[in-house]
Write a protein of this length. Sequence first.
Length: 453
Amino acid sequence: MSESSAGPLRTHALLPREPWRRNQVAVTIAAAMVFLGFTLVTPFLPFYIQTLGIHEMRRIALWSGVLLTITPLLASILGPWWGRLADHVGMKIMVQRILFAIAAHWGLMYFVTNVWQMLGLRVLLGLFSGFGTMSVALVTHGCPRERIGRAVGVLQATQILSTAIGPLFGGLLAHAIGIRSAFLVTSALCSTAFFFVLALYRDTGPEIEPAGSGMVVVPQEGPVTAGVRAVMSGTPAAAAGAPRATPSFRDILRRPLFIHLLPQLFLINMVDRSLFLVVPLFVSGLAVGRDGAEALTGIVVSAGALASAASAYAIGRRASRASPIPLLRLSLAGSTVAIAPMALCRSITAFALLRVILGLAVGGAMTLVYTLGGHLIPPNARATAYSILSSAAMLGGALGPVLCGLLTSIDVRATLLLGACVYLALTLHAASLSRRAGMAAAFSAPTVREKRA
């Protein structure tokens, strides 16, 4: 065997043989590059706005809020339509479009000369990208149902880690080459992600469900969670070999339990994004008069992010072997117990410890909701359905900082106390999902006698 042929063989040996596994590798690495690039520059947008002629602090704050909100807001609104198009034309062309738009956007940011040009680019990015709303659909494309939790957990952990380390390297980069030049680094990262997906990602057919998968049986002796598993795994079966029409938005929203996942994702991400603002403010308040307050803030923020990433990865693996609803209930209950005392802390050590516990508790919550959604979604509408779910999460993420700003103007503890109330409500809602799933299984599934007949 020649050396020229041995090289490609070694490269292929390092990659999984299954197409859906290769897709997961491609999307996960692309997500790491995109989110790392994003967080290299976005924390420093207020400083960049100053270089464009805006110097009054109130106007800088207003423009920063508008520029950081408009893109995810538009992406969350248009995400379901882009997802539906992906179900029709294929995932690969959609992810290429997304990554090309992101790379072009950050490259053009280098050339802006006023804040209105910057706003125009942010609007265009919101209209034509949507990587956040499509990433879960991309990483689970063609993935067997029992592997969805693990795939989503790895993706969520990757995104959280990239978000945690991005500002650190971004600060060093901005100091070394300037904020304007840092946009070119971000564009280069996104371009690399584009070519990486171009080389590795392959469109695959939807997961083939066995004939009769719609015939589910609820065991009379089993617990309620067994009924949950029956409802989640059962979908109407088509004739063998017959193509299935892509379900409409209404059909997807009418699937059992699906619509109940939207408030879960919206509110979990709303509280999570609020913490990105309130934690630095709370720590800085506790560290008044102490040297190294900035370093302490960075340690607490990073520790919480690392705990969340570890939780997303571990819970994603666990969700592949257990019913997601009980795990979600425990996750949210633990989050309620952790976040409430944070509002009463008088020392940085206690606050940091509770922040880590909160990260471990809630870090995998969104992974569990996406995993549950994966069991409810028909394989031929995964992009559409996951885009709907991700859009709900992005809307919550867009509202979180705004709500945090309003509450913090009253009292910095108010956001944490509201978060505790939200987590408690979501815990009760997750408990009701088990009952709803059991009732749905009882009414929709045929009995053992009917199946034998």
